[in-house]
Design a binder for this molecule. Structure first.
Ligand code: FE2
Length: 385
C-alpha cells in the first residue's frame, strides 16, 4: 500500500544493531518488490527466516483450459461452486490469462495445518460471505462481508473463518495491484476527488509474534505449482516492521460513488489498477438526474478488453436474470448492453441498490473447465427479443 505503516518494535535506524533482551540480535529482512524499485518493508524476526528444513511434495495447480480463444458471452453461476473443506483446494480458477486469474472459492475450514505463500501473484480476495481473520507475518486483519483483502505477493498467511459458510471472489494478479494513480498526488496521497481515502484503508494493527522452533509447513505457490516447504521456525515471528508493503483491507461499503446528470462510465467506479486490468466497485447510488437521462448503460464495445462482472447483491438493473454469485463475461471484440426492456425500465428510476465487482482485463481471458461446469451456455443469445 503506498503509504507508510509501522507496527511493533523497530530500531531507530535501519540496518543497525537491534538486540533481544538476552543481548542477541534480531534478524532483519528487507521484503521488496520489483527488485529494489517497488514498495518494501523492513521486518525484524526472532529467528532467521531462511531455515528451510525440507522440501516435500510439488504438484501443479494450473487450471485446465476449456476455451483458449473465446468470443462467446457467458454467465457463470458462481454459487454452484461446491464448498470444500480446504482453502487451497476450494479455489477454482474460472477465467485466466497471462496477467491474472479469476477464482471462485467456498472454503469451509480455516487453514489450520499449513501456511500459504503465493509467489506468483498479488491476491485480491473479495469476501462475499463469511467473517474471520486474515493472519499474516505482518499482522492480522479482521474481515467481513464486502471486504477486499489485498495480500501482496510473498506475504505468508493463514485464513481463519468463523463459520463454514464462506464465499470468496479472488483475483490473482501477476502485476502489482495499486490504487489508481489518478486518485493520488505526486507524494502518493489520495486526492479529494478519489472515492475513498486513507481512513478507509485498514492496515494490520495486531501483530502475532511466535518464537517457536519445530516443523512449519508453508505451501508455496510458484509458477502454478504448489511446493510444500518445511521451515524450522514459525513464520509469524516478527517483532516489528515498517514500510509500504503490507496487506490491507478495504470495504466496498466505504466506496463513495461518483454520480452525474447523465450516465457515468465505468472508470468512475474504479477501485484498483494494474497495468493489465482494472477492478471497479458498483455500489448503491443515486441515478443520473438529467430530466431526459437513461440510467441503464448504453450498448458498448470495449473492442480490446474483456469485461467480467461479479454480482454481489441488490437488483441488477441492466439484466433480467442475474443473481448474487453470478459472473458475466463479455469478451473483447463484440458489443454488449442492456437486456431487452431494461433500458425503458430504467427510465424514471432514481437510485440503485446494486453491488458488484468488475474486472476488465486488457488481454483476452481463457475459459477453464471449472467455469464450463457452472456455465449458462445460452447466455450469449439473451439479447434476442
Ligand atoms: Fe459492460
Amino acid at each position: 500500500m503506498p503509504f507508510y505503516h509501522k507496527l511493533g518494535r523497530i530500531p531507530p535506524k535501519r540496518h543497525t544493531q537491534f538486540r533481544k533482551p538476552d543481548g542477541s540480535l534480531y534478524y532483519e529482512q528487507l521484503f521488496g518488490t520489483i527488485g529494489f524499485d517497488g514498495m518494501s518493508t523492513n521486518s525484524y524476526h526472532e529467528q532467521r527466516p531462511t531455515q528451510v528444513k525440507a522440501i516435500k511434495n510439488q504438484y501443479s495447480v494450473a487450471p485446465k483450459i476449456a476455451k483458449a480463444n473465446n468470443i462467446k458471452s457467458y454467465r457463470f453461476k458462481g454459487f454452484q461452486v461446491k464448498p470444500e473443506n480446504d482453502f487451497l483446494e476450494s479455489r477454482k480458477t474460472v477465467l485466466i490469462n497471462s496477467d491474472c486469474a479469476i477464482i471462485l472459492a467456498a472454503p469451509k475450514q480455516s487453514t489450520n495445518s499449513y501456511f500459504f505463500k503465493n509467489t506468483d501473484a498479488d491476491e485480491l480476495i473479495f469476501i462475499h460471505k463469511g467473517t474471520g481473520k486474515l493472519r499474516t507475518m505482518l499482522g492480522n486483519l479482521d474481515f467481513k462481508y464486502g471486504d477486499y483483502l489485498l495480500i501482496p505477493r510473498g506475504i505468508i498467511y493463514k485464513i481463519d473463518f468463523d463459520t463454514e459458510d464462506n464465499r470468496l471472489f479472488i483475483v490473482e494478479s501477476r502485476r502489482p495491484i495499486y490504487t489508481p494513480k489518478r486518485y493520488r498526488n505526486w507524494f502518493g496521497q489520495l486526492l479529494e476527488h478519489a472515492p475513498f481515502c486513507e481512513r478507509d484503508i485498514r492496515r494490520p494493527e495486531e501483530l502475532e509474534t511466535n518464537n517457536e522452533s519445530g516443523e512449519f509447513l508453508i505451501k508455496v505457490k510458484k509458477q502454478d505449482d504448489i511446493i510444500e516447504m518445511v521451515y524450522a521456525s514459525h513464520p509469524f515471528d516478527v517483532v516489528g516492521y515498517d514500510g509500504y508493503n503490507y496487506p490491507y483491507a478495504f470495504s466496498i461499503h466505504d466506496f463513495e460513488p461518483i454520480t452525474g446528470r447523465i450516465h457515468q462510465p465505468p472508470p468512475v467506479h474504479q477501485t484498483f489498477e494494474t497495468d493489465a486490468f482494472v477492478v471497479c466497485s458498483f455500489v448503491p447510488r443515486l441515478y443520473d438526474y438529467h430530466p431526459q437521462s437513461i440510467p441503464a448503460p448504453y450498448n458498448h464495445s470495449n473492442i480490446d478488453s474483456d469485461e467480467v462482472l461479479y454480482y454481489v447483491d441488490g437488483d441488477f438493473m441492466s439484466r433480467n436474470d442475474v443473481e448474487a454469485g453470478h459472473i458475466s463475461l463479455h469478451p473483447a471484440g463484440i458489443p454488449h448492453g442492456p437486456h431487452p426492456g431494461a433500458t425503458e425500465r430504467s427510465i424514471g428510476k432514481t437510485e440503485t441498490e446494486e453491488l458488484a465487482v468488475m474486472v476488465d482485463t486488457f488481454k483476452p481471458l481463457m475459459v477453464t473447465e471449472e467455469a464450463m461446469k457452472i456455465a449458462d451456455d445460452s447466455y450469449h443469445t439473451s439479447w434476442l427479443d
